[in-house]
Ligand binder design. Structure first.
Ligand code: MN
Length: 496
């Protein structure tokens, strides 16, 4: 469902006519080589397309307009190989609507101590050419990423890759459509918000649909479609005997599969890439969607429970940003604490809807009662999560603006079997520690619903927040609650 290789970064190189044709030919050769190396770099997930040496205001403006109107383009990488007088860039940069990465590099890594002369210096003057470009970016107040270092270094390519993934997420947000089945869980505050403001700020559309629309799709699921899903379930999951074709509750597995068929068909027809539901509004559905939601998330759809469209948007964006990386990404909720004196843990879970991309092994497919919602027992996938570095990310609406929060956590495997727990579960230690992380999260107003990812670093979220122009609160090993309270206070003045 997510193929980042369809997307492009345009690589543009600034220079000027002053140095003559021979120098420009050399610059072009160098730029083509850098482009080709970056295009082949495993850290960068999209195609990198060389768009030539730009030496006039007209060329720059034309390219910026083209990039802005091409849906495949997620951003521009700009490199000033020589000195490119920056007044030439004003009209173009005023028109560009895509994120910009200023690659402050130089073709040759080392100074050739014995042979360096004036010609060499003319060709290798990124050190000051990049500063001229930096000035005009600041003068125009353009948010951009600056990456410094030789283009062949792993660290440089990694930073470009991180920013590229953020740009892919940002690009996705501009056309994302989110379907809501039912409204918000009644009386819940944090899952509410201003959907018009969200579309203005982030680009994604959120629209509501009656359950009847979804139920019609579920009812039109064919026996063949259901059979085909059951075949997949039998291969992919360890299905409890009562749900197997010979078991007494097999029909309930088929009911769950029909919900999956209906949901997928509805989402495909409407070109939706994320959705929400709520257990308070299930009229016409036999079960709260469990395995259906879990499997759709695993395919790359965003999801938010209880009408949480902000969580649904985040899950989809993080799925796009992490496409092709190890780990996994899911809708998540901070559920239950272990305030053990020696080892403090958070258990993350939900009623049903945790994405099996997190699963350590083959998930179990089980059926258990749900104590709320008043429907038949829902079928769900139950599993333990992989361990590793992870993030919990939340987007909240403060009324006058949005705030993005991210907490770095360390997910761990536990020895206990939890034989009576009927849902997928994740255990993590938040950084800097549970007490400070939870204090910081609560003081910042972070939601109980999050997007949890084993695939990304804080830097991905930082780059994304910068592109979106949204406040970011980071809770990690350096967080100090006293300092964080000041940051929140200062940010109120800056962002409101
Ligand atoms: Mn919830």
């Amino acid at each position: 469902m997510i193929d980042l290789k369809k997307l492009e970064l345009w690589f543009v190189v600034g220079s000027q006519e002053l140095y003559g044709d021979e120098a420009l030919r050399k610059i072009e050769q160098n730029a083509a080589k850098v482009t080709s190396e970056l295009d082949n770099a495993s850290a960068i997930p999209v195609r990198i397309c060389f768009k030539g040496i730009l030496t006039t205001s007209g060329e720059i403006t034309k390219l910026c307009k083209e990039a802005s109107s091409d849906d495949r383009v997620v951003g521009l990488i700009c490199w000033m190989h020589t000195f490119s007088p920056a007044k030439m860039w004003i009209n173009g940069l005023k028109r560009i609507t895509k994120p910009i990465l200023h690659l402050h590099t130089q073709f040759n890594q080392d100074i050739p101590w014995e042979s360096i002369d004036m010609d060499y210096m003319n060709l290798h003057q990124s050190a000051h050419g990049g500063r001229e470009f930096g000035f005009i970016g600041s003068r125009l107040d353009i948010r951009r990423k600056v990456v410094v270092g030789h283009w062949s270094e792993d660290e440089v390519q990694y930073k470009i890759g991180v920013w590229t993934r953020a740009a892919c997420g940002w690009s996705e947000m501009q056309s994302m459509r989110i379907a809501r089945f039912g409204d918000n869980m009644r009386d819940v505050a944090v899952t509410e918000g201003d959907k018009v403001e969200a579309q203005i700020r982030f680009g994604f559309e959120v629209n509501g649909y009656g359950m009847g629309d979804l139920v019609a799709c579920v009812k039109s699921a064919t026996e063949k479609e259901i059979d085909s899903l059951i075949q997949q379930y039998l291969i992919l999951y360890d299905i409890v005997s009562e749900l197997r074709p010979e078991g007494e509750r097999y029909q309930e597995l088929r009911d769950a599969a029909s919900i999956e068929v209906g949901l997928r068909n509805f989402l495909n027809e409407g070109k939706f890439s994320a959705f929400t539901d709520t257990f308070e509004n299930l009229k016409g559905l036999k079960q709260l969607p469990g395995i259906a939601v879990q499997r759709l998330m695993n395919e790359g759809y965003g999801f938010g429970a209880e009408g949480d469209w902000k969580a649904a948007a985040l899950v989809r964006v993080i799925k796009v940003m992490s496409a092709g990386l190890d780990g996994g990404t899911s809708f998540m909720e901070d559920y239950t604490y272990h305030f053990g004196p020696k080892s403090e843990l958070v258990m993350g879970s939900h009623m049903l809807e945790i994405c099996p991309s997190l699963s350590k092994g083959k998930p179990f497919c089980e059926i258990h009662p749900l104590s709320i919602g008043g429907k038949s027992d829902p079928v769900r996938l139950v599993f333990d999560s992989k361990a590793g570095h992870a993030l919990n990310i939340s987007l909240i609406d403060l009324g006058s603006r949005f705030r993005l929060l991210v907490n770095k956590v360390e997910s761990v495997e536990i020895e206990q079997k939890l034989p009576k727990l009927p849902v997928a579960r994740v255990f993590w230690k938040p950084l800097p520690d549970l007490k400070n992380a939870a204090s910081a999260w609560i003081l910042s107003g972070g939601s109980h619903h999050t997007c949890y990812s084993l695939s990304l670093d804080i830097s991905h979220i930082e780059d994304f927040a910068e592109m979106a122009g949204v406040e970011l609160i980071v809770i990690d090993e350096e967080t100090n609650v006293r300092q964080l309270k000041k940051e929140l206070l200062w940010n109120e003045r800056v962002f409101d």
